[in-house]
Design a protein around this ligand. Structure first.
Ligand SMILES: Cc1cc2nc3c(=O)[nH]c(=O)nc-3n(C[C@H](O)[C@H](O)[C@H](O)COP(=O)(O)OP(=O)(O)OC[C@H]3O[C@@H](n4cnc5c(N)ncnc54)[C@H](O)[C@@H]3O)c2cc1C
Length: 417
C-alpha cells in the first residue's frame, strides 16, 4: 500500500527505488525509531552506542544523504519525483528520523551554491562520507524569535523589533558571530555543521538577514543539553551558543538582501514541501496499522472491520491521505524543478502541502487510536507514537496557523513565491 497506481508517470526505476528503500527503512529505521522513542532521557538518544549512529551510518553507506546534491560533487541528484517518493517512505518508517536525516543535508546543500573552493570541497567530503561524520542542522529559531523568522518576507519584515538575536558583524575578512539559537534546532546537539541564519543589521529587522555555513567545532561555540519533548523523540534537539565566533567571509553564503530572501524562500519552499511528503507517509503508516488491527481484533463475534463505524473511519482516512499525497507529490516535484533552474519555488503551495499533510496525519492517527480502542493509548502499539509524531509536526517548520497567514498574504498580493 502507498505506491498508488494512480501515479501513472512512475518509471521502472521508481518502482525499484520504492521497493528497495521500503525494505531498508522497514528493517533499520522503523525498529530503531521505536527503540529511540522509548528512551526516557533524550541524552541517551545521542549517547555512544545508541542505535541512532548505526542508522545514520547505514543510511550514509547507501548514499541516501547525497540524494539532493548535484552529481558534480559526487551526489545522487535524484529526480524530483523519486525524491518525493523517498520522503514519503521515510515519514512512513520514522518521522523523527526523517527530519533528522533531512536537516543533515541542509548546510551542504547551501555550500554547494557557493563558488568558494573550500565550501565546494566540503560538499565533496559530505558526499564521500560513509560513516556519518559530516552531519548538519538548520539553525534559525531563537528563544525570542520563532514565527518571526517564518514571516521574514511579510509586511513587517523591516521592523527592528523582529530583528534576530544572533548577529554577524563584519571584521576585516571575517564575520564575528554572537548569540543563541533555541533548543528547537534539530540535530543541534551533535551536527558537525550548521546552516546558520543570522542578522547583520538589527535596524533593518528581518530584511538584513544572512545565511552562513558554519563548522560547529570552532572556538566560542557550545551546545545545550538535549530537549525532552512530546513526539519525534528520535529527533534530537538542542541549543547552540555563539560567543565571539570568527568565520571567514566566504562562509557567509547569502550576504545580500536579495540572496538572503531568495535562499530563505527556497528553504521554506523546500522544507515545507518535504514536510508535506514526510507526513503523508506518517498518515499512511497510521492507516496501515489501523486497517491491520481492524482485520484481526474481534468484537461482537467478528473482526471490527465488519462494523460500519470502523469502515467509515478507514474510508475517511484513506480519502484524506490520498488528497495529501496528490498535493505533496505535485508540490515536491514542481518546487524541486524550480530550484534546479535557480527559480524561486511556489512557497504558498509548499505551505498548503505542509499544513494539509500534517493536519491529515494528526487526524488520521487520532482516528486510528479510536479504532484501536484502549490499546491505542498503550505504548506497545505504533499508533500511539505516530499520533505524538504528527502532533509535533503541526508546529515544526512553522506553526500551521502562521504558515497559513503567510501563504494567504502571498496569495492576496498575487505573488508566485
Ligand atoms: C519538532 C520540531 C522541530 C523543529 N526543528 C527546527 C530546526 O531544525 N531548526 C530550527 O531553527 N527550528 C526548529 N523548530 C522550531 C520551529 O520552527 C518553531 O517552533 C516555530 O517556528 C514556532 O516558533 P515558536 O515555537 O517560537 O512559537 P511562537 O512563534 O512563539 O508562536 C506561538 C503562537 O503564536 C502564534 N503567532 C506567532 N507569531 C504570529 C504572527 N505574526 N501572526 C499570527 N500568529 C502568530 C503562533 O501561530 C503560535 O500559535 C522545530 C520545532 C519543532 C516542534
Amino acid at each position: 500500500m502507498g505506491l498508488r497506481e494512480l501515479n501513472i508517470d512512475l518509471t521502472k526505476e521508481h518502482l525499484t527505488l520504492w521497493t528497495e528503500t521500503k525494505k531498508f527503512l522497514s528493517e533499520t529505521w522503523r525498529p530503531a525509531a521505536m527503540e529511540l522513542d522509548q528512551m526516557a532521557d533524550p541524552a541517551d538518544v545521542i549517547a555512544e552506542g545508541s542505535v541512532l549512529w548505526d542508522v545514520l551510518r547505514k543510511t550514509y553507506e547507501l548514499e541516501y544523504h547525497t540524494m539532493a546534491i548535484p552529481e558534480e560533487f559526487g551526489g545522487m541528484e535524484m529526480d524530483p519525483l523519486g525524491g518525493a517518493l523517498l520522503s514519503e517512505l521515510m515519514g512512513w518508517a520514522a518521522p523523527g528520523l526523517a527530519v533528522s536525516w533531512g536537516v543533515c543535508t541542509t548546510p551542504y546543500a547551501y555550500a554547494a551554491y557557493s563558488p568558494a573552493p573550500e565550501l565546494q570541497d566540503l560538499v565533496k567530503k559530505f558526499c564521500a562520507d560513509k560513516e556519518a561524520k559530516y552531519t548538519g542542522c538548520w539553525a534559525i529559531t531563537e528563544p525570542d524569535h520563532g514565527s518571526d523568522w517564518i514571516m521574514f518576507d511579510g509586511d513587517d519584515s523591516g521592523n527592528p523589533d523582529v530583528a534576530a538575536q544572533v548577529r554577524a558583524v563584519l571584521d576585516g575578512d571575517h564575520y564575528v558571530i554572537n548569540g543563541q539559537k533555541s533548543a528547537w534546532v534539530s540535530n543541534g546537539t551533535f551536527a558537525s555543521h550548521a546552516a546558520l541564519w543570522v542578522c547583520m543589521d538589527p535596524s533593518k529587522g528581518m530584511d538584513a538577514g544572512g545565511i552562513a555555513v558554519v563548522p560547529l567545532d570552532l572556538p566560542g561555540i557550545s551546545r545545550g543539553k538535549p530537549l525532552n519533548k512530546l513526539g519525534q523523540r528520535a529527533l534530537n534537539q538542542g541549543e547552540i551558543f555563539f560567543d565571539n565566533v570568527r568565520i571567514p567571509k566566504y562562509m557567509m553564503v547569502a550576504d545580500t538582501p536579495d540572496m538572503y530572501k531568495f535562499f530563505s524562500n527556497a528553504q521554506l519552499g523546500l522544507a515545507n514541501a518535504w514536510m508535506g511528503s514526510v507526513f503523508t507517509g506518517c498518515a499512511q503508516a497510521a492507516l496501515e496499522e489501523s486497517l491491520n488491527y481492524a482485520q484481526t481484533r474481534i468484537q461482537g463475534g467478528k473482526p471490527i472491520i465488519n462494523h460500519q463505524n470502523i469502515k467509515l473511519k478507514i474510508f475517511d482516512m484513506f480519502a484524506s491521505i490520498e488528497a495529501a499525497r496528490s498535493l505533496s507529490r505535485r508540490v515536491g516535484v514542481y518546487n524541486a524543478n524550480q530550484l534546479k533552474q535557480m527559480l524561486p519555488p511556489a512557497v504558498h503551495y509548499s505551505m498548503a502541502s505542509k499544513v494539509l499533510a500534517t493536519e491529515t496525519a494528526f487526524r488520521v492517527a487520532s482516528q486510528g487510536i479510536q479504532i484501536f480502542g484502549g490499546y491505542g493509548l498503550s505504548k506497545e502499539y505504533l499508533i500511539e507514537k505516530l499520533f505524538r509524531d504528527a502532533r509535533a509536526a503541526m508546529i515544526e517548520d512553522g506553526v500551521n496557523e502562521t504558515l497559513a497567514i503567510d501563504a494567504a498574504e502571498r496569495l492576496s498580493k498575487g505573488r508566485n513565491v
